[in-house]
Design a protein around this ligand. Structure first.
Ligand SMILES: *Cc1c(COP(=O)(O)O)cnc(C)c1O
Length: 459
């Protein structure tokens, strides 16, 4: 029997034309961009896989909500709507709107970390790490070791190493730890899911030592879908029931709504404790705006209220994760390695295995990203040594654990034909892999160089 991967639970009502450049034009554009995909104009890209954040397609219901958005400064209708939906979905009594995920971190983390030295997470996303450090604390990652082996199957590669967490608490002193954070799905480990069992154990360890437990909930719906597929206790549960089990007993959460709430801008904070929420509201007014709009326009709030519901629809999630599985299955057929099993929002292609003749200091994952653009106008990005950069003390190029070329898939944007173009482009590149050369950096800023550096191909 043929497997049907992802019956789209929608049809297309409005389209956005794409420019189709020739190969010669693409070669000129990428050279003019200094072989940096961040310097390409989006209009010169055919399939844009740079990120799944804020790049989703809204539904006709969300667009209708945009027209109904109430732009009142205080007490707008859409504010009540988002409150109602968020409280129903997550089950926490206090919810604050903010304009995106890092704004939630900026408002909440200093409240949790005041007078503390550490935050421990299954893995901090980069903006979360930055806000832990800005609050004067250090961010410690504590992922299960299974995450490091790209070819080995493991159901929940995003999990917290709970034993190690408890050791850290003993070593560092519970009184010095402000918060234990669970990032779902585990973005930096490849969009890998976390089990509810692991969430419960982590929460219980944090609470045993009187430490607050927070969820970074950017991809909580995708995580819940994986739980339903892989965790026997939940095989007959609804996504809504799994979300409630996930957030049960959590003290607070931050959320970038640009992912699973399928909006272009937005974020949320949830709290269980009234005293914490009072501080959150005060900080929100200073940094984001009055509490009933939190840095958002009413139209965007209404789209968010509706997107929250659409994001936990099981038919949508089956299609969404099915897209990753379809692309991954095509790569399996072609013998192209990636972080396996595939995660919830992206395929992380193992460029070290595809281009074994290019050493880390000639940036194989960046070379593959550039080839994908030349081959088919696909924009992916390097998650490897090129992104990692130089040792700040010695100035020497660091070697990353992985050389990944990340293909992040926007929500409800690309069709199966687009996925076939991606797979076929990778297969063509694999066939001539030996001819592909590495790159050298000709210009770079001291930090976060991958956004603005210029490169040149090696002869
Ligand atoms: C995107 C993301 C954030 C930050 O959200 P922004 O909306 O980009 O500010 C935080 N944590 C995780 C896990 C994310 O994926």
């Amino acid at each position: 029997m043929k497997r049907i991967y992802f019956p789209e639970p929608f049809r297309i009502k409005s389209i956005e034309p794409l420019k189709m450049l020739t190969r010669e034009e693409r070669e000129q554009k990428i050279a003019a961009a200094g072989y940096n995909v961040f310097s390409l104009a989006s209009q010169d890209v055919y399939i844009d896989l740079l990120t799944d954040s804020g790049t989703g397609a809204m539904s006709s219901d969300q667009w209708a909500g945009v027209m109904l958005g109430d732009e009142s400064y205080a007490g707008a209708d859409c504010y009540y709507h988002v409150q109602e939906n968020a409280k129903e979905i997550f089950g926490l009594p206090y919810v604050q709107l903010v304009h995106q995920g890092r704004a939630a971190e900026k408002v909440l983390l200093p409240v949790l970390l005041q007078g503390k030295k550490y935050a421990i997470a299954n893995m901090h996303f980069d903006t979360t790490r930055a806000h832990v450090e800005l609050a004067g604390a250090r961010a410690i990652d504590c992922t299960v070791p299974e995450a490091l082996d790209t070819t080995k199957y493991y159901d929940f590669k995003g999990n917290m190493d709970v034993e190690r967490l408890e050791e850290y608490i003993h070593e560092l002193g519970a009184e010095n730890i402000g918060v234990v954070i669970m990032t779902i799905t585990n973005n930096s480990a490849g969009g890998q899911p976390v089990s509810v069992e692991n969430i419960r154990k982590t929460r219980d360890v944090a609470h045993k030592y009187g430490i607050k437990f927070m969820i970074d909930a950017a991809r909580y719906a995708e995580n819940s879908y994986f739980v339903k597929q892989r965790e026997p206790e939940f095989k007959n549960s609804t996504i809504q029931e799994i979300v409630r089990a996930t957030f049960e007993g959590a003290d607070c959460f931050t959320m970038s709504a640009k992912k699973d709430a399928i909006v272009n801008m937005g974020g949320l904070i949830g709290c269980r404790d009234k005293a914490v929420f009072e501080l959150v509201k005060q900080r929100c007014i200073s940094f984001e705006g009055f509490i009933t709009y939190g840095g958002m326009s009413g139209r965007d709030i209404e789209a968010l209220a509706r997107g929250l519901k659409e994001g936990i629809d099981e038919n949508y999630l089956r299609y969404r994760i099915g897209q990753m599985e379809y692309l991954a299955a095509r790569l399996d057929e072609a013998g192209i390695a990636y972080q396996s099993p595939v995660g919830g929002h992206a395929v992380f292609v193992d460029a070290k295995k595809l281009l074994p003749h290019i050493p880390y200091y000639q940036f194989p994952a960046q070379a593959l990203a550039i080839e994908l653009y030349k081959e088919a106008g696909i924009r992916a990005c390097d998650i490897g040594s090129y992104m990692l950069g130089n040792d700040p003390d010695t100035g020497k190029q660091l070697e990353a654990d992985f050389e990944f070329t990340r293909l992040a898939i926007p929500r409800r944007v690309y069709t199966q034909s687009h996925l076939d173009v991606i797979a076929d482009a990778l297969i063509n590149i694999k066939e001539r892999a030996q001819e592909i050369k590495g790159y050298k950096i000709v210009e770079e800023p001291p930090i976060l160089r991958h956004f603005t550096a210029k490169l040149a191909p090696l002869e």
